[in-house]
Design a protein around this ligand. Structure first.
Ligand SMILES: [Fe+2]
Length: 312
């Protein structure tokens, strides 16, 4: 048994309300299976108490109330379990879903909110003006970043690079998927990246690069960020190729080589995520991106995202 498997075993468990399993695609992630009964009861309570999406948007405390409804069904320790997994350097992520109990996308938003608020607090998403954002990828796109461009690889990056608040974790939920082939989430755990040390110990690793958002993100400020920083005595990373502004050819080559090295790494995972499932990742030591879709005039895929911090 490898060291990674031994450490992972600490979170694997079975209770009446859920099972924590190793993810079928990678030992780095867990897959948590909630019982259908628990999900049904959770949604019943949400509906009985009129917790609409709009109510959650307008009333921040309601997001914690729906989180408490989920704990009522699966047990108080569930929140701590999720936080422990996302903090755990050996893993740092999990998938979980609605197990086919609902196909209502409003209920998807509410469910994802319950999970997010068990982890901490969601940041304001300037793109949507809400605490979450839903965005579609279709055959055509007129936007100014690769987020919604279907037929391009969206390279590996971390989120929150151009905002000055912490982005400890990231949640992505599959809302809709029609006529989609390709487009998987591409994920890389920092410690699996073969050339990590070469880039993390490079003279430019601690250089402060300027990050600026494109117009669609509605973030006017600029911010200086180090690519690598200390996180619990291990490297953390902050990087996205589209929004970083190097000033010299040497800096540009460092960033280009770093991006290419990660893209080519053999440990990169292309995650399969069914509709109604979500993935949560630690944003300090996981990078994410998206594979290109195959051309289809009727392509329609929608994701929800929430980015946030742990509560202290
Ligand atoms: Fe992202």
């Amino acid at each position: 048994m490898s060291i990674v498997e031994k450490k992972k075993a600490k979170f694997e468990k079975v209770t009446e309300g859920y099972k924590v399993l190793s993810h079928p695609q990678t030992d780095r992630l867990y897959h948590i299976q909630l019982s259908k009964n628990a999900i049904e009861k959770f949604l019943e309570k949400v509906n009985q108490t009129n917790q609409s999406v709009q109510h959650l948007e307008y009333t921040p405390y309601a997001r914690l109330i729906v989180a408490s409804y989920l704990l009522d069904e699966v047990g108080e320790e569930f929140g701590e379990l999720l936080r422990n997994i996302v903090h755990d350097r050996e893993s740092g992520g999990f998938t979980l879903g609605l197990e086919g109990v609902s196909e209502n996308t409003d209920e998807f938003v509410i469910f994802s909110t319950a999970i997010a608020y068990l982890l901490g607090t969601s940041n304001h998403d300037s793109m949507s003006g809400k605490y979450y954002a839903r965005f579609s990828v279709k055959d055509t796109d007129g936007s100014d970043s690769y987020l919604r461009q279907a037929y391009r690889l969206f390279t590996l990056h971390t989120d929150g690079t151009f905002v000055d608040e912490p982005t400890d974790w990231l949640l992505m939920m599959k809302m809709v998927e029609q006529n989609a082939r390709g487009g998987e989430s591409r994920l890389l755990h920092l410690d699996d990246w073969k050339e990590l040390n070469a880039f993390a110990n490079h003279p430019l690793a601690n250089n402060k690069f300027t990050y600026k958002a494109p117009k669609s993100k509605n973030v006017g400020q600029e911010i200086d960020r180090q690519t690598f920083f200390n996180h619990n005595n291990k490297p953390g990373i902050c990087f996205i190729d589209q929004f970083v502004y190097p000033e010299t050819i040497e800096e540009a080559k460092y960033l280009r080589d770093l991006s290419e090295s990660m893209e080519q790494d053999e440990s990169l995972i292309e995650l399969e995520l069914p509709v109604g499932d979500l993935v949560v990742l630690n944003n300090i030591f996981w990078l994410h991106g998206r594979a290109a879709f195959e051309k289809d005039p009727n392509l329609n895929r929608e994701l929800l995202r929430q980015r946030g911090r742990f509560n202290q």
